[in-house]
Structures are given as structure tokens and as C-alpha cells.
Write a protein that binds this ligand. Structure first.
Ligand code: ATP
Length: 356
């Protein structure tokens, strides 16, 4: 048996106008989204935004009130879960505690009546793939959390599904294991070419692993874009503030598509809201600060991260700003020091003022 060529492995998964309410709670409010063949699509959003509900609809564990789920153009909305071509990994490892690792991996193949010899060979191949070639005889409780998630991944891949569904698979792991498993899942996903929908509330996880990130808010799609695009050109204020760290500074609109903020005039990027009082969104890497006895800002705290130091400053008119500086430039910015601020001279996103 050979693995299918990457190009033929991944299916296109389409969410079409999905709606789902649980009593008074609207979990999905008309979700439209497509995962392209072979892509890793992250569903990112705050708790309760509907990501898990959307994922479970692909697995067949949840039905929409209206709308469809399509896999390679075929409407699978009413197809029972056990007849769908998808493998799923959950946050809690959910392995069968009384089965060995090998039997856990083989479980779905046994249900589908795959012959024993073929099952054995496939289980060995999968355990090799997830880096646990010698763990087949162990029981789940004899494995670390990270190892259990690898087994869960192997089990999800056993029937060569064309869609892999991952529901916060790394959330229960400690930071170091989480990082290494991130890379491993991504490597595996790329080599298999399997379309993967990955639910997470961790923006760093989404940005570092995904081809595209879909940001959900209150059951609706806010934006779906490649990580760099999402970070640099957030389509909404929600995305701007949910993805990465963002400063929100009071500003005042001026003529000629400019906004006055922290004593500077900067061009407004994109839609200009009604003014004159607005909030200006600026990333910490676009703020510089310099120790200056005459400066208007005051250093509140400074956190050293190696190459970068993040400095929090109080502004004269109220509010604080975060600046990410090269640690070399941050040495004099100790708490209590006065500083002058400078925003990078580039277009800024502007949203209606919080005070208004
Ligand atoms: P989290 O990260 O907290 O899991 P989520 O974005 O995955 O959040 P969902 O689990 O999809 O969100 O839930 C969306 C909304 O629907 C939430 O308000 C949730 O409480 C509600 N909900 C989900 N499943 C059910 C259910 N079976 N019964 C009642 N309410 C539900």
C-alpha cells in the first residue's frame, strides 16, 4: 500500500450560510467559509464565537438549523458522522484507556472491517509517522500528554481521511510540548496534503501554523486571510484588536485624510469613520520611545524579552501605550523615566472613538 499523492489527498470543505441556535444562544449566525484542498485553515476567535460548533458540523456531530456543509462539492449536511471522510482530534486526548496504543490507532479500521494484517501494517506505519514507533504495546496512561495527542492524531489519520479536524488539540499541553507539536502537526499536514480545519483561541498558534486564518466573532466571519495579511491589514477593528497586540490611542480627524495622534499627523488607512474624535490603532512595533527629560510620556514598566523589550508608557492625556523596542534602545527607559514618543510615519487604522 502506498500513500496517496499529496495533490489528490485534500478535499475542499465549504461552510455555506450555516446557522445554529441553542435556545436563546446563536452559535452560528450565517457562516460562509471555504477551506481549499490541502490547506490548513485555522478557526480563531474568543470563547463562544462558534468555532467548535462549525467544526463539529464537518464531523457530523452537530446539525445546522439551516445552511450546508459541502465536501468537494457534495452536500454532506445530512450524512451520518460514521460515513464521513474526516478524522478528528479533540482537546482532551479521548483515547480508549483500556486499549493499547496500537489498538487505539486500529480502532476505526477494525470497525470498518479492515483485515487484521493490513490493520497491523497501517498502525505501525502511522505510529512511525507520529514518532512513536516503539510505543504500540503501551496503554494511554503510560504516555505523556504530548504522546497521547500524537496517538490521537495517528488514530484520526488511520482511515486516510481527506479532511482532518483538530479541536484545540494543543490546549491541554504544556508550553514546550505545545510548540514542538505545532511544528510537527504542520509538517505532517503538509507532507500528507490533507485539508485541515484547526480550531483555536490562541492567535499565536493560528498565525504560526495556518495557511489562512478565519477570525470568527459571535457566530460570524470577520475576516479570512493569510496570517501576514490579517496582521498587517485587519479588515475590522475586532480583527485588529484580536490578532496580535494593538494600541488604541485617542486621535482627532483632520482635513486631507489625516488624523492627529500623540502630537503627530498621520494618513488614515482605509475607511474614515465619523469624527472628529476617533481611536487610532497602532502596533507596538510601530511606536518608538526615547528617554527625554522634556518628554510628555512616562515609563510605567518595561519587560525584557531578549532581543525586544516591551515598554508601557502613560500618555499625558490619559491612556497607555505599548512600544516594542530593540533592547539596546530601551536601556534608559526605566519605570518613572520621562520619554518622548514617535509613531512610525505610515497609514494608520482609525475606528470610532471609544469615548464617543
Ligand atoms: P470555546 O472556545 O469556548 O469552545 P467556541 O468558539 O468553540 O468556544 P462553541 O462551542 O461553538 O464556541 O459555542 C458557541 C455558542 O453556542 C456558545 O455560546 C455555547 O455556549 C453555545 N453552545 C454550544 N453547544 C451547545 C449545546 N450543545 N447546548 C447549548 N449551547 C451550546
Amino acid at each position: 500500500e502506498r500513500t496517496r499523492p499529496a495533490a489528490a489527498t485534500g478535499a475542499r470543505v465549504e461552510f455555506r450560510s450555516l446557522r445554529r441556535a441553542f435556545g436563546p444562544t446563536t452559535a452560528l449566525d450565517g457562516l460562509d467559509l471555504t477551506a481549499e484542498p490541502g490547506e490548513l485553515l485555522a478557526l480563531l476567535g474568543p470563547s463562544g464565537c462558534g468555532k467548535t460548533t462549525a467544526l463539529r458540523m464537518v464531523a457530523g456531530f452537530e446539525q445546522p438549523d439551516s445552511g450546508e456543509v459541502l465536501v468537494d462539492g457534495e452536500d454532506i449536511t445530512r450524512v451520518p458522522a460514521n460515513r464521513r471522510d474526516a478524522g478528528m482530534v479533540f482537546q482532551s486526548y479521548s483515547l480508549f484507556p483500556n486499549l493499547t496504543v496500537r489498538d487505539n490507532v486500529s480502532f476505526g479500521m477494525r470497525v470498518r472491517k479492515v483485515p487484521a494484517a493490513r490493520r497491523q501494517a497501517r498502525a505501525a506505519e502511522l505510529l512511525e509517522l507520529v514518532g512513536l514507533p516503539r510505543h504500540g504495546d503501551r496503554y494511554p496512561h503510560q504516555l505523556s500528554g504530548g504522546q497521547q495527542q500524537r496517538v490521537a492524531l495517528a488514530r484520526a489519520l488511520a482511515l486516510e481521511p481527506r479532511v482532518l479536524l483538530l479541536d484545540e488539540p494543543l490546549s491541554a499541553l504544556d508550553a514546550k510540548v505545545r510548540l514542538s507539536l505545532r511544528e510537527e502537526i504542520r509538517r505532517l499536514q503538509l507532507s500528507l496534503g490533507i485539508t485541515t480545519v484547526f480550531v483555536t483561541h490562541d492567535q499565536e498558534e493560528a498565525l504560526s501554523m495556518a495557511d489562512r486564518v478565519a477570525v470568527l466573532n459571535a457566530g460570524r466571519l470577520e475576516q479570512c486571510a493569510a496570517p501576514a495579511e490579517l496582521y498587517a491589514r485587519p479588515a475590522t477593528a475586532f480583527v485588529a484588536e484580536f490578532v496580535g497586540t494593538m494600541n488604541r490611542l485617542p486621535g482627532r480627524l483632520a482635513d486631507g485624510g489625516l488624523v492627529v495622534v500623540a502630537g503627530q499627523r498621520l494618513p488614515v488607512d482605509g475607511v474614515v469613520p465619523d469624527g472628529p474624535d476617533v481611536d487610532v490603532l497602532v502596533r507596538p512595533e510601530n511606536v518608538t520611545a526615547e528617554a527625554d527629560a522634556e518628554g510628555a510620556a512616562t515609563v510605567v514598566s518595561s519587560s525584557f524579552f531578549g532581543a525586544v523589550t516591551r515598554v508601557h508608557l502613560d500618555l499625558p492625556g490619559g491612556g497607555t501605550v505599548k512600544a516594542d523596542l530593540s533592547s539596546r534602545d530601551a536601556a534608559d527607559l526605566v519605570p518613572g523615566a520621562r520619554a518622548s514618543l514617535r509613531l512610525a510615519p505610515q497609514p494608520v487604522l482609525v475606528v470610532p472613538g471609544a469615548a464617543a
